[in-house]
Design a binder for this molecule. Structure first.
Ligand SMILES: [Zn+2]
Length: 505
């Protein structure tokens, strides 16, 4: 009994000592090194690191060199390479026209579509039906006595609300999302959605502004969804012209009477969109620190190194998004190397993943989730870092030097992730862990919005840490001089200690 107590004391002294050592290592985060790495990744030379570009290659080589310098194991080509090549399928627009009656309109002339969600489409002479908001429930039904099968449906955005603020489609305070219309319309046999958007000018300008970016096929979008095009007031009225009604008067009638106004328009529409697809490749960078217990599986520490590139002479530097997260995992590699040198290894293996193609639809992460180093069922958790080191618009309005991090924890298998995070933070005693984005209204976007998602779909619990959005988000003004390096270093210490806790609990 005494011997056992003595052994337990020895073990706990050992653990305590190790904890102290890890904390000491955390305190060696080097702001100088963070700056050097971040200024390189977000430099003119790397041209915004768009997937498949020379900048993407340079960034991936920089990360790989860091992994090598810190003695991470290289998983590919018999232990000699950190590069996992991913295939990417680029969509090229060859032709696009909208035909109303016998008039033809080129793309952007009162109509447009999102390349991401669109495949080659060849539809001719479709009868047009106006179906209001596309709502069907016990209170209200846009589809009574209207057959949409084989037809093009003209739809309104901006759903009517009842007097208590409930949306009619969902019967809740939340409006229905576009994918639910699409499912309903698809079920009913419609073949094309013409969505009237009263913000057409503003929204199409935004789309046009971002159209310098090439678009790739992604698994993020549902397969075989209905083709959807956005139309302006002029085009909507053109579609309605045989009825002598206008889109605005129809919208007003529905809002005023809360009764459906659906009808067959007695007009025809066609859409020709021709897209061809070319195959490219791009690099994920993967490194490994082997754990002491091979039965305990692995954790994945991830960040994406790609960004959106350049538009002519405007470079989108992507300092926060996500050079910051990339330097975070590089720094954590350096810290863990120090631990390993002192003879301290984590129980679980730690897989470092620097993804490409996040901005194109999580392409690198999807590929790695389908081709991981360890089987998915051996993957204990993911810690994903996407954007660190800026004080977002909310906090900067209060204190420009705020110390905080937004967290999102989905611990679906009760693996103590939240505890690992809060314990790490306690020992640092520094950051306000903000759960704002864990609210249900943000959840779907937060899940889809970064590289944890393909793993979440496979049932892997995760933590995401980030700093929220500044006004420079996805602008050429997201530059390295605007990073708060003190905050970045505190957030990296948190990520490092959390990684350590998850890898050992
Ligand atoms: Zn990002």
């Amino acid at each position: 009994m005494r011997i056992l107590t003595g052994m337990l004391m020895l073990i706990s002294t050992f653990c305590f000592g190790q904890k102290k050592q890890i904390q000491n290592i955390a305190s060696t985060v080097s702001i100088e090194r963070l700056k050097k790495n971040l200024y390189y990744l977000a430099s003119e030379q790397l041209e915004g690191r768009v997937m498949g570009s020379h900048g993407d290659t340079l960034a991936s080589e920089y990360v790989a060199n860091c992994f090598k310098k810190n003695h991470l194991a290289a998983p590919y080509k018999n232990g000699t390479s950190y590069f996992q090549t991913i295939p990417a399928y680029k969509k090229n627009l060859l032709q696009s026209e909208l035909i109303i009656g016998n008039k033809k309109f080129q793309n952007w002339n009162g109509w447009t579509f999102a390349m991401r969600n669109t495949e080659t489409t060849q539809l001719d002479n479709l009868p047009v039906v106006f179906v209001g908001h596309g709502i069907e429930n016990s209170l209200y039904n846009d589809f009574t006595n209207i057959d949409v099968k084989g037809k093009a449906v003209l739809l309104l955005t901006g759903q009517p609300q009842d007097s208590t603020g409930n949306y009619l489609l969902s019967g809740s305070k939340q409006p229905a999302i576009i994918s639910s219309y699409q499912n309903l319309l698809k079920e009913k046999g419609a073949v094309l959605i013409l969505l009237y958007n009263n913000r057409f000018t503003a929204d199409s300008l935004l789309q046009r502004k971002s159209s310098f970016q090439s678009v790739y096929k992604t698994q993020l979008l549902p397969n075989n969804s209905l083709p959807l095009i956005m139309v302006s007031e002029d085009r909507a009225n053109e579609l309605l012209s045989p009825s002598h009604k206008t889109i605005k008067s129809l919208a007003q009638d529905i809002t005023k009477t809360l009764r459906p106004q659906s009808f067959n328009v007695n007009n025809n529409v066609g859409v020709h969109i021709q897209i061809d697809i070319t195959e490219e490749t791009a690099p994920n960078v993967i490194g490994l620190i082997k754990g002491t217990d091979s039965a305990a599986g692995c954790i994945i520490l991830s960040a994406h190194h790609d960004h959106v590139g350049r538009d002519g002479k405007d470079i989108y530097f992507g300092a926060v998004d996500n050079a910051s997260g990339t330097v975070a995992i590089m720094e954590i590699a350096a810290l863990l190397n120090k631990a390993v040198k002192k003879g301290i290894r984590p129980k679980r293996s730690i897989v470092f993943a620097s993804y490409t193609g996040e901005e194109k639809g999580l392409l690198g992460a999807y590929h790695f989730a389908a081709n991981p180093l360890f089987p998915i069922e051996k993957t204990w958790a993911v810690l994903n870092i996407d954007m660190m080191g800026r004080v977002d618009t909310f906090y900067s309005g209060r204190r420009a030097d705020s110390n905080y991090a937004y967290i999102l924890v989905k611990d679906t298998l009760n693996r103590g992730l939240r505890n690992a995070l809060f314990t790490a933070n306690e020992s640092l005693g520094k950051l306000n862990l903000d759960t704002y984005y864990e609210q249900p209204q943000f959840m779907q976007r937060r899940l889809l919005g970064s590289d944890q998602y393909p793993f979440y779909l496979k049932g892997v619990p995760f933590i995401r840490i980030d700093c929220g959005f500044s006004k420079d988000y996805h602008q050429p003004t997201d530059t390295p001089d605007k990073i708060n390096y003190e905050l970045l270093s505190n957030q990296i210490k948190l990520a490092f200690l959390t990684t350590w806790n998850i890898a050992n609990n």
